[in-house]
Design a protein around this ligand. Structure first.
Ligand code: CP
Length: 359
């Protein structure tokens, strides 16, 4: 199925050269934002946040306002007709007929792609469940490029909730496309990176190791990407409590690191970075969040009004086959074609990337 617009569902739908151009535009905007103050005069952004957000929602809104445009939308579906039972298709179809560009966060994996199938304006994925968060990755790449001067040849540690962390999934997928990066995956056994992301690292010949000790990893890292243990993604409070507070970055651990380490975090943080770390010049997470506005201004400028068609579904349906991921959008919105990409003996859901063995 083909969308009438170019959407941003997954960064890897685009070539690295496209990301690099966005990053360069984001840097130019950061240097001289006034130059772009009227580029979106008369345009409207719709922001549909079915899940809580501070940075993503407000940085998109700020980006549009700084470009001269205006914003409509909701930050709580309970105040919209979603509370009356309206499905994703109808809500996004309607808002996309009011807006010139739409930004959506939703707890279901594959929801942005599902919405893009029928929307009447481009859609930007602002986080779909534990799947992907491409605009956080653009923010991360801009910050890395500014601070390190390169996006390859880095040893990058990602620490915490690697199984549920959509920011980590998108970041690793992106950085694996740059040469000579090494990834240190720091987590407990329970929260290890999903196998489909490891398969992507293998397919790009990226080096990676899995470790449980943050202290052991610290001395080898150029970048440490801390993440929150995401309470909302656990099946029970007991499971969450068993993982909480295992990884806490403090000044003692930071003393083991290189002098030019940079510490990133998509935020919000809970306890995984002690507040004392904020005063260390290597702590760049607040600047990272600020960069979110400039890269999102670049993204909006690039996508708004872009009517080049985008192929969204390339695979096919298989009689009686459903995605086994209970949080996949196809298990909640029954009208969606349940499309899979064939891959030897496995099928891969085209919405959430979950793999299942062929019967
Ligand atoms: N990084 C991020 O997505 O933050 P919010 O959840 O506050 O948008």
């Amino acid at each position: 199925m083909i969308s009438k617009f170019q959407n941003l569902i997954d960064l890897n739908d685009y070539p690295v050269s496209w990301w690099d151009e966005l990053i360069e535009l984001g840097k130019k905007i950061k240097k001289n934002p006034e130059e772009y103050a009227h580029k979106c005069d008369g345009k409207i952004m719709g922001t549909l946040f079915y899940e809580p957000s501070t940075r993503t929602q407000m940085s998109f809104q700020t980006a549009m306002l700084r470009l001269g445009g205006r914003v409509i939308g909701f930050d709580n579906p309970e105040t919209s007709s979603v509370a009356k039972g309206e499905n994703l298709k109808d809500t996004t179809k309607i808002v996309s007929s009011y807006a010139d560009i739409m930004v959506m966060r939703n707890p279901l994996e594959g929801s942005a792609k599902a919405a893009a199938l029928t929307a009447d304006c481009p859609i930007i994925n602002a986080g779909d469940g534990k799947h992907l968060h491409p605009t956080q990755t653009l923010t991360d790449l801009l910050t890395l490029s500014e601070k390190k001067g390169r996006l390859g040849g880095l040893t990058v540690g990602v620490c915490g909730d690697l199984i549920n962390g959509r920011t980590v999934h998108s970041l690793l997928k992106a950085l694996s496309c740059y040469p000579d990066n090494t990834f240190v995956l720091i987590s407990t056994k329970e929260l290890r990176l999903p196998s489909y992301i490891k398969s992507i690292l293998k397919a790009t010949n990226s080096k990676y190791i899995e470790v449980e000790s943050l202290e052991e990893a610290m001395p080898m890292l150029d970048v440490l990407y801390m993440t929150r243990i995401q309470k909302e993604r656990f099946a029970s409070e007991i499971e969450y409590l068993s993982q909480k507070d295992i990884y806490i970055l403090d000044n003692r651990k930071l003393s083991l690191a290189k002098k030019d380490l940079i510490v990133l975090h998509p935020l919000p943080r809970v306890d995984e970075i002690a507040v004392e770390v904020d005063d260390d010049p290597r702590a760049l997470y607040f600047e990272q969040a600020k960069n979110g506005v400039f890269i999102r201004m670049a993204l909006v400028l690039t996508m708004i009004g872009n009517t080049n068609p985008q192929v969204l579904l390339k695979g096919k349906t298989h009689a009686g086959v459903c995605c086994k991921n209970p949080k996949c959008i196809t298990n909640h919105e029954q009208y969606l074609p349940k499309n899979f990409i064939g891959n030897g003996d496995t099928l891969e859901c085209e919405y959430c990337d979950e793999r299942l063995l062929r019967e």
